[in-house]
Design a protein around this ligand. Structure first.
Ligand code: NIG
Ligand code: FE
Length: 440
């Protein structure tokens, strides 16, 4: 962490627009807590100070800038900032690396709370068929299960490393990875172990679909969906728990019923895992109600919601995680983020990166679609892709840039975060920093 005990300090300065996600920091009153002409001091990988660059450690304390406050509250606030700046002058004198960001915007690193990145093969042909009119069906998952079982650890590891690089290059600094393409004790544990090599946010999704060897076998004793659930809640859960933080189930027609999902989620919870749910992707169903009832951290997809689902989400602290890449790639109607936000629900955006329903790892892409087609403002979408993702993972150390939090951030080749939606498809993430280290 330190060399010879010295604290490592870095000052990112000349930031045109800093998104802190700290409403207390917002000079413009926005939920993004925007500070203009800002600086961020990083000490040993954590945020130590944020504020106007003129008040930063070592900066000339500019009386005219401080005198610009127009009301008592902002005068007090600016005085506090100034004192913070004085406090950090010692740090500046002790040596700090100053990085001039030339007026570019800085946002917290994206928190992608939903991916399925450990898999073999791809399903490009299935995508092409869908674009020619075929419907998306959960059963396609089984072809990825076959390709994943056939892949070696090193093949899956190399693939994962490629995805991690892809995530970093697009500004993502925290990401969850699910199992769910092994669907046997040995293969699910293998995927959980490989996922754990790249993230602490591993989700056990043995209940993704019923694998081919159990499906359609209800007449044979020991086969069928319920027999598969017995395996999931028993040996498979035991083998995966050491690597996982979360348990998930695909509660949907064609996958698992509410009763089967409940068995899996309750068993995972009893084993110490947090609960998350795939629900209401292909039609209205029991997924959201079950997630809220179990106090899940998040229910993901939420494409088809009844009024009761929306009210239940709004009254709970279960995050509604929307996955625009899925509707884009399956030609389904987009979820209605506006309806959820207006009702008071917490909304997150995530990529759902997987080879079937959404083969994108790009949070900027998800933001652009959410703004264009799901009724979100640019500010709401940026919040949902950062602080919203952190809420969906119950993380308080990422998703915002406040003193004490991880110095995880993205530098945009743009003057404001609005450009994430305004310039769709353009690679405007110029730099990505994780724990105070540049990773892309
Ligand atoms: O989140 N909905 C279920 N699982 C994935 C799709 C996985 C696949 O098609 O391979 C999803 O969309
Ligand atoms: Fe998913």
């Amino acid at each position: 962490m330190t060399d010879g005990g010295a604290v490592q300090r870095m000052l990112l300065t000349n930031i045109g627009e800093l998104v802190t996600n700290d409403p207390a920091d917002g000079r413009d009153g926005g939920a993004l807590g925007i500070v203009r002409d800002a600086a961020v001091l990083i000490e040993d990988g954590r945020v130590a100070w944020v504020g106007p660059a003129v008040h930063a450690p070592g900066a000339a304390t500019d009386a005219t800038a401080i005198g610009s406050a127009t009301d008592a509250a902002s005068v007090r606030r600016e005085r506090e900032d100034r004192l913070d700046g004085e406090e950090h002058r010692a740090a500046w004198d002790a040596g700090v690396e100053v990085i001039d960001l030339d007026g570019r915007a800085v946002i917290p690193g994206f928190v992608d709370s939903h991916t399925h990145l450990v898999f073999g093969g791809d399903r490009a042909a299935e995508f092409a068929a869908r674009m020619a009119g075929r419907r998306y069906e959960a059963g396609g998952i089984r072809s990825t299960v076959a390709a994943t079982r056939a892949a070696t650890d090193d093949e899956l590891r190399a693939r994962l490393a490629g995805f991690v690089d892809e995530l970093h290059r697009q500004g993502t600094t925290t990401f969850e990875v699910k199992t769910g393409y092994g669907l046997g004790v040995v293969d699910e544990a293998r995927l959980a172990r490989l996922a754990r090599e790249v993230t602490d946010e591993v989700t056990f999704l043995g209940a993704h679909v019923v694998p081919a060897e159990y499906a359609d076998g209800d007449r044979e004793p020991g086969t069928g969906a319920d027999a598969y659930v017995d395996l999931v809640v028993g040996e498979m859960l035991d083998a995966c728990t050491p690597y996982a933080r979360w348990v998930d189930a695909f509660c949907e027609r064609g996958a698992f019923t509410a009763e089967q999902s409940r068995r899996v989620l309750e068993a995972g919870r009893a084993a110490g895992l947090g609960v998350r749910v795939h629900g209401n992707q292909l039609g209205e169903g029991p997924g959201v109600a079950l997630a809220v009832e179990l106090g899940a951290a998040s229910v993901d997809h939420c494409t088809y919601l009844s009024d009761d689902d929306v009210s239940a989400l709004a009254a709970s602290d279960t995050v509604a995680t929307l996955l625009p890449g899925v509707e884009f790639s399956t030609r389904q109607p987009y979820p209605d983020a506006r309806r959820l936000i207006d009702a008071g629900a917490t909304v997150a955006l995530a990529s759902d990166c997987n080879p079937g329903s959404s083969f994108t790892s790009s949070m900027p892409f998800c933001i652009a679609v959410a703004v264009r087609d799901m009724g979100m403002t640019p500010a709401e979408a940026v919040w949902a892709a950062t602080a919203g993702g952190a809420a969906a993972l119950r993380r308080t150390d990422v998703g915002a840039l406040r003193p004490g939090m991880r110095a995880d951030l993205a530098v945009l080749d743009a003057p404001s975060s609005i450009h994430l939606a305004y310039r769709p498809g353009v690679p405007i993430v110029a730099e990505t920093w994780k724990d105070g280290v540049r990773v892309a």
